[in-house]
Structure formats: C-alpha cells, structure tokens
Design a protein. Structure first.
Length: 390
C-alpha cells in the first residue's frame, strides 16, 4: 500500500463505511450536482410526475437563499462531521506509535498544510502579487479547506486532551455560546437578535475584521465567528467515531445508535430553529443539529449496509473517491474534470444533443462524463493502492 503524504506515513486500517459515505458526499462536488441540474432541465415540460420529480431533484442540489435546509446544504457539514470521525479512528494509533507530543506536532502541521491548500484553492500566490493583477485584499483568508483545517485542529486537540465529559461540555458551550452571542450581543445600527443577511453579528464581524476577499462581497459563509459552531459539527463526528471504535458495542447496535441519535438531533434542531433559524451561511446552532442529525443517520445506514451486512459492491466507486477525497477535490480545482469533459462532449455536440433529444441532454452527457473521469482517477489510485494524504 503506497501512501503519498506531505507528512511521514501513518498507515491505519480504513473503515469502509466512512470512506463510502465520504465518497458519496464528494461525488456531488465532482459533477453529481451537474447531473441533477441537467435532469431538472430535461424534465421541464414533461408529464406532471416526471416534471415534479426532476424539478425536486434539481432543487435539492441548490443552496437555500438564506434560511432553510436542502440536501446541497448538507455536503459541507457532512465532510466536517466525517473529519471528526476520522480523528478518532486515526489519532489513537498515532499517539501509540509516536507519543502525545509528536501527535500534537503532527496535528498542527496537518492543519497548516490543509490551510495552505485552501489558500491555493482560491487563487494561491497569484493573488499576492500586484503585477499579476491581484492584491493582498484579493486573498480569501477563510474558505472551505481553511474551515476544515481549523475544525480539524480544534477537535483533534480537544480529543487528545479532554475526557468524554469535557468534549460534551465543549460541544454544548460552542452551541449555546454562539447562540447567546448571536442573540444578545447588539449589532451596531441593527440591535440584538437579528439573523438577517448583513444584519447579524457574524456578518458584521466578518465585514469589519476578516481581512482579504469575502466570498459574498459583504459577508463570508466561512467567516470568523461561524467557525465556532462548525467545530461543534466536527465534535459530533468525534462522538460518532468514539461509538464506532467502542469494541463493547455490537456492530448492529452501533448502526441503531447512530440512526437513533440522528433522529434526536433532527428533532432538537428543528425545535431550536423556532427561535434560532437554520442558516448554513452563518452555521447557526440549529443548523449544526439538523446537519449533524442527517450525517449520523447516513453514517448509521451506510455502516449497517457496508460493515454489518457486508454489501460492498455498490459502494466501490464511493470508497475509491472517499479514500482520496481531499486530493480529488484539489485536483478538480486545478484541472477541472468538468473542463476536460466539456472539451470532449461539449460545444456543438452538446447543442446537437439538446436539439436532437431534449434541452439539457448535452449538459447531462457532459456531467456524466465529468463524474466518470473523477471515478476513473479515483479507481486508478485505489487499484494501485495510492492514497494521497496531507
């Protein structure tokens, strides 16, 4: 088994259900969303059932404008959740092998590398040099990989240094503390208790204190204050990982506990949302519970199918992607599987398919090839036992 790492190799036994769910999550980023959008376009004007189903599928692969929850809003928190699961599955062996002091160093180095990859993902060094058309103000200091880095760092340090009781206390403090700040601290010119766009504490802090480029011009969905509840999402994954790692609990019971806990989290999240709305863009505490609930339910279901029942064939492509998720995410940004697919089946061919079959067919074929290219690369890496680690 070959590990291509930016850090010294640490080989751990992979949990197939975690890889499968991570791959299922990432396939939507690697072109699966385009498939659903194309299906929505192709189903327009068709029969009521076809049109309704196609439109619903396409709609779930778009973010809500502000308040609410769709499947597309689950993709990022699900990966943060799975990062927490992986912390529990990997760090104990690292401590056993290299000791606690070196484990802390490894955690910090990995977090820094993830953060650096995030900077590269959003433009890299080209943003630093005025001669290339960029300025320091054009650098996106916080983003998806940067948030994963910070969540990984905080959750890993807490996992190594806190007891279970301490982890639960930290989780509750993050959620309740964030709710208290957002609810009771007045925003200049607005007042307290507002969760509207550009009129809440998290957006105000980003507008005034987050350097560099803000993703939404006046605010950033991966901003400063909203990183705190994102760490709580990672801690939910840590709790799930502790359950998966507990040899005293039968495997079938682990699946039931995950699904049952997920249902409880969903109920709690929607109840809290009556006062503190579900808003991904500011990662509200109710959003943490709802996204965490769905994450736990999905992990429980996949764990039951893959690890308990041993039904793995269907999950092969997902496990290939899940084993190299970050690498494929960065490669897709640098190369673009969609760009390669568009060169092969886009342009005039896509237009011809739209005219010969139905509008959206060209986009569907392009998106299907995009996914196929990503899966093919993931399969090649997996077959040759190449796992690119950071």
């Amino acid at each position: 088994m070959r590990y291509i790492e930016l850090l010294p190799a640490l080989q751990t036994r992979r949990v197939e259900s975690v890889d499968a769910l991570r791959g299922f999550n990432f396939i939507w980023i690697l072109g699966g969303d385009g498939l659903m959008w194309a299906i929505g376009e192709m189903s327009k004007g068709k029969g009521s059932l076809v049109g309704t189903v196609g439109g619903a599928l396409a709609g779930q692969l778009t973010h809500v404008a502000w308040e609410g929850f769709r499947f597309y809003d689950l993709i990022f928190p699900l990966f943060v959740f799975l990062t927490g699961v992986s912390i529990v599955l990997s760090l104990p062996r690292l401590v056993e092998r290299e000791g606690r002091a070196k484990a802390h160093v490894r955690i910090l180095r990995r977090a820094l590398i993830l953060y650096a990859l995030g900077l590269i993902y959003y433009g890299g060094l080209s943003q630093y040099y005025e001669g290339l058309g960029g300025h320091w103000s054009d650098v996106r200091v916080l983003g998806v990989l940067q948030r994963i880095s910070l969540c990984y760092l905080a959750a890993s340090l807490m996992f190594l240094n806190f007891s279970l009781r301490g982890l639960i206390a930290a989780f509750l403090a993050l959620l309740v503390g964030y709710w208290a700040l957002m609810t009771f601290v007045p925003v200049p010119g607005v007042g307290a208790g507002s969760y509207a766009p550009d009129a809440n504490l998290a957006n105000w802090i980003d507008a005034h204190y987050l350097p560099g480029r803000l993703w939404d011009v006046t605010r950033d969905p991966e901003g400063l204050l909203s990183t705190l509840p994102a760490i709580a999402t990672c801690l939910l994954g840590v709790f799930a990982g502790l359950l998966l790692r507990d040899v005293r609990v039968p495997a079938r019971q682990k699946s039931l506990w995950l699904v049952g806990s997920g249902i409880v989290l969903l109920a709690a999240g929607y109840l809290w949302a009556l006062q503190f709305p579900i808003i991904k863009a500011i990662w509200t505490s109710s959003f943490v519970l709802v996204a965490g609930g769905w994450s736990a339910i999905l992990l429980g279901a996949v764990h039951q199918v893959v690890d308990v029942w041993g039904i793995r064939r269907w999950a092969g492509p997902f496990m290939w992607i899940g084993a190299n998720a970050i690498a494929l995410y960065v490669i897709n940004n640098l190369v673009g599987f969609d760009k390669v697919a568009a060169r092969l089946v886009g342009g005039d061919l896509a237009k011809f398919l739209d005219q010969a079959v139905t509008p959206g067919t060209g986009a569907f074929v392009t998106a299907a090839l995009t996914v196929a290219l990503a899966v093919a690369l993931a399969r090649f890496l997996h077959q040759h036992k190449i796992f690119i680690r950071v």
